[in-house]
Design a protein around this ligand. Structure first.
Ligand code: NCD
Ligand code: ZN
Length: 348
């Protein structure tokens, strides 16, 4: 039995860092284990221009504690008014690594998202031309579509037509939650990648609802049936290049989660690597963890893999239950099982 596992330092290909006091509190939780992360632009107001992204990048770097290394990979929030020339310039300077598309109203802070996809076609065409990836929150927002079906309907109604209309566009299907998404991703060429979160590998919809409502398990896309969770575990542990880690770690203070209208988002930055080691070991696939967390993402984004490593040791891991922030406490995701793999402090 393996008791020690050394991996290239992992990256997180979908992360919410927020701003201000929350940013300062949660950034070390990611930077402790991860070298880089794709930073979601859904601030209020969102990060829509190159100038916004440059200013946000500076705030992130200023919030990084001394002695910690971390590279924020910046993104722009696509709106129907996004200027293709501003986007081209932000990409050419090396500032942005992706553009994020939220269907309007799909999730937290997505009011400025896209309603009419035809209006963003010139931006998508420019992205295909310059090789800039599109990150997609893949859920339709039609009120008559059941929330558990919104991802599968998005694939048929939006994603597939969008990719056909924009040949060569690199797309990341983010936080996939269904077997439908796994099957779709597998049937495409390598211009399509798919991220999988930590929590969707662990919980199904029963975990949210059985025995009382669990606000800290509520996120979007919402967790689906067990058969879908199993498909995600199979995909993540397959080692296939198209599947990689995007935690979607999304901090909200406890008062906003434990609320009559609770916010969506699970906070997994702190303990993700220990949880993943547990999930991959249970699947007999510890040897595939490096591909999922450290190798496949850089390949999709055309970036080098990290040179340094982290080491996990089979010894009980302990993490705080809550992160204290200047805007309230944030509950760390509880996987519901003991964590037997620790990330060695010497490697952080
Ligand atoms: C995210 C957030 O809180 O910003 N919430 C979530 O449930 N994942 C938004 C998102 O990525 O959907
Ligand atoms: Zn997200």
């Amino acid at each position: 039995m393996t008791d020690s596992l050394t991996l290239r330092r992992p990256d997180d290909w979908h992360l919410h860092l927020r701003d201000g006091d929350m940013l300062r509190a949660v950034l070390p939780e990611t930077a402790r284990h991860f070298a880089r992360a794709i930073i979601m632009p859904n601030l209020v107001p969102p990060v829509v221009t190159g100038a916004d992204a440059l200013a946000y990048q500076a705030r992130i770097l200023a919030a990084l504690p001394d002695g910690m290394m971390f590279e924020p990979l910046m993104t722009l929030y696509l709106t129907e008014d996004t200027d293709p020339d501003d986007m081209r310039a932000a990409h050419a300077s090396g500032l942005i690594k992706a553009v994020k598309l939220y269907p309007a109203g799909a999730t937290t802070n997505s009011a400025s998202g896209v309603r009419d996809f035809a209006r963003v076609q010139p931006v998508l065409d420019a992205m295909a031309e310059i090789g800039l990836p599109l990150c997609l929150h893949g859920e339709v927002t039609d009120h008559d579509v059941d929330i558990f079906d919104r991802e599968a309907v998005f694939i048929d109604k939006i994603l597939d037509p969008l990719r056909r209309a924009t040949p060569g566009l690199k797309v990341t299907m983010e936080h996939i939650t269904t077997k439908d998404a796994v099957d779709y991703a597998r049937a495409q060429d390598d211009s399509l990648g798919a991220t999988i979160t930590t929590h969707h590998l662990v919980i199904n919809r029963n975990h949210i609802l059985v025995g009382g409502i669990k606000p800290h398990y509520y996120c979007l896309p919402v967790a689906k049936r067990e058969e879908h969770r199993l498909a995600l575990v199979e995909a993540a542990t397959s080692g296939e290049a198209r599947f990689f880690l995007g935690t979607d770690s999304a901090p909200h203070s406890d008062d906003l989660k434990e609320n009559a209208c609770g916010c969506a988002g699970c906070f997994t930055a702190t303990n993700t690597m220990s949880i993943l080691a547990e999930v991959f070991e249970a699947a007999g696939a510890l040897d595939k963890l490096e591909a999922f967390a450290s190798l496949n993402g850089p390949a999709h984004y055309g970036l080098p893999v990290n040179q340094d490593t982290i080491t996990l040791r089979r010894t009980p891991a302990s993490y705080p239950e809550k992160i204290i922030t200047g805007v309230g406490e944030v509950t760390v995701f509880d996987p519901g099982f003991p964590l037997n793999w620790s990330v060695l402090p010497s490697s952080v």
